[in-house]
Design a protein around this ligand. Structure first.
Ligand code: ADP
Length: 456
């Protein structure tokens, strides 16, 4: 509020207000003098002329003064419209214009004070909310200027950097990481939530969620909220697990290959072996083969989970399917295989991994098929790929679990078929890695259909 004691006397307005009055007095004197000299003998006429002239001057002066005041009144009206109903001033009953203006100013001042208090309370509340979040949090505007962050964010990402605290610091001064900056840009452009999983910043890993906060009152401008959830511990544990599985699988494959080699060598000379030993050798050969498959699949899974960087390219769907069909026909020489390709849009992804996906799915369709003919229908249209077979189908209960690791359907016909229970979980991992989705529908006795959504 303005302090009355400190406001200087408004000389400028004082001079202006007495100037009008002095000019009126001067004009009146001049008029009286002129009239007195011009009409010496008629007193009544003299007085009349003076009164009329003074009245005309007063009216002109009054009119000149009222023009700016009319504009002030109109402005007061305009402000009144914007004020809440209970804060309006009743202009009609105000007798003195200066009191009216004073009242209006007082009211506006009070209203501004209340608004400021409200804004401060809101800011305090949002600050408390930010502080109560257990993760580092940052709010930036749509020009990527940092507007607010909590103390966890400050501790983790700002301490030690030459950055001014708060307002309008550019985001790129805090993070130099291009992926992170691009994600904020992309959340801004798409006005949609962007998530980064296990993103490394320095020596730590974070699940980062960037959410646009759109306030309709602010028009085209909006803010972005970034939450940085630290997942370093779980990421390191996961990495250790994956590394362990990969190392064990790798180490075991070498002795297994050697055992299998010796078993096959002995089997090749089975005529010289005692007959009781031959079945034992055959079991050794069979089981080492199974173990090798198991460790091969485990190794594949851990490679996909950890280090494999996708090398995406456009792939000819027909060519891909036909080459897999040729190798499966060689593997299942006793089974008649028919493959129909109905739609042939190219697919986009990592060649090696997608080959693995189609090999696993087509292999299952053939190996679990008990019909004379394994009939497979494949199609690729836009982002959607389907693989359908005429096999035994999968029950509803099993359908929920077939993508789990080591899950195998527990029916007689499935048990007679070799498998590790890892094929479909490898498929799912690869599709996830491509940010895609896989679904399955099946009817017992009729067949199974896998639908893959593979976004570009
Ligand atoms: P496996 O190595 O046992 O084949 P998968 O993960 O590939 O492991 O499959 C899991 C289970 O799902 C299998 O045990 C099988 O019973 C069932 N399954 C998968 N594909 C088909 C299919 N096309 N038709 C019928 N059953 C299937």
């Amino acid at each position: 509020m303005a302090n009355k004691n400190h406001s200087p006397f408004p000389w400028h307005y004082f001079v202006r207000s007495i100037r009008g009055r002095i000019s009126l007095v001067v004009i009146s004197c001049l008029l009286t003098f002129t009239v007195c000299t011009a009409f010496e003998h008629n007193r009544f006429t003299k007085v009349l002329i003076i009164i009329v002239a003074l009245a005309v001057f007063s009216i002109i002066q009054g009119a000149i003064r009222i023009i700016p005041f009319r504009k002030t009144l109109a402005k007061i009206d305009e402000i009144q419209v914007q004020l809440p109903h209970n804060k309006k001033l009743n202009i009609i009953y105000q007798k003195n214009e200066w009191i009216l203006i004073q009242e209006m100013l007082k009211l506006t001042e009070k209203y501004i004070r209340e608004q400021n208090e409200y804004i401060t309370a809101q800011e305090l509340q949002s600050h408390l909310i930010l502080e109560s979040i257990a993760d580092p949090v940052l709010i930036i505007d749509n020009y990527l200027n940092c507007k607010q962050y909590n103390s966890l964010f400050q501790k983790k990402f700002i301490q030690g950097k030459k950055i001014k605290l708060f307002n309008d610091e550019k985001l790129w001064k805090i993070f130099e990481d291009p992926t992170l900056l691009e994600s904020f840009e992309s959340a801004k452009e798409k006005r949609d939530v962007i998530r980064l999983h296990g993103h490394s910043i320095g020596s730590e890993y974070f699940d980062i969620t960037i959410t646009p906060i759109i306030d309709e009152h602010e028009g085209s401008s909006f803010k972005l909220l970034g939450i940085f959830h630290n997942v370093t511990d779980s990421k390191l544990t996961e990495k250790m697990r994956v590394d362990f599985v990969a190392n064990v699988s790798h180490e075991i494959r070498t002795p297994l290959t050697s055992i299998k080699g010796f078993a096959q060598l002995l089997l090749a000379q089975k005529d010289n072996c005692p007959p009781t030993i031959v079945p034992a050798l055959e079991r050794i050969n069979y089981n080492t083969e199974r173990l090798k498959d198991l460790f091969d699949n485990l190794l594949k899974l851990s490679v996909i989970e950890s280090r494999y960087a996708l090398d995406k390219e456009e792939l000819d769907f027909t060519k891909l399917v036909n080459s897999i069909k040729a190798s499966l026909a060689a593997k299942y020489q006793k089974i008649k295989i028919q493959v129909d390709i109905t739609e042939t849009d190219p697919v986009f992804g990592d060649k090696k991994l997608l080959e693995q996906v189609f090999t696993n799915l087509m292999d299952n369709s053939i190996k679990y098929n008990k019909n004379q003919l394994a009939h497979l229908k494949l199609s690729s249209h836009a982002d959607k790929i389907t693989i359908e077979d005429n096999g035994p189908g999968i029950s509803e209960n099993d359908l929920k679990r077939i993508f789990e690791r080591f899950y195998r359907v527990q029916n007689l016909s499935s048990q007679q078929v070799e498998g590790t229970g890892l094929g479909l979980s490898i498929v799912k991992h690869i599709i996830n890695k491509h940010n895609g989705m896989i679904e399955v529908e099946s009817k017992i006795g009729e067949g199974t259909k896998f639908t893959i959504n593979l976004p570009r």
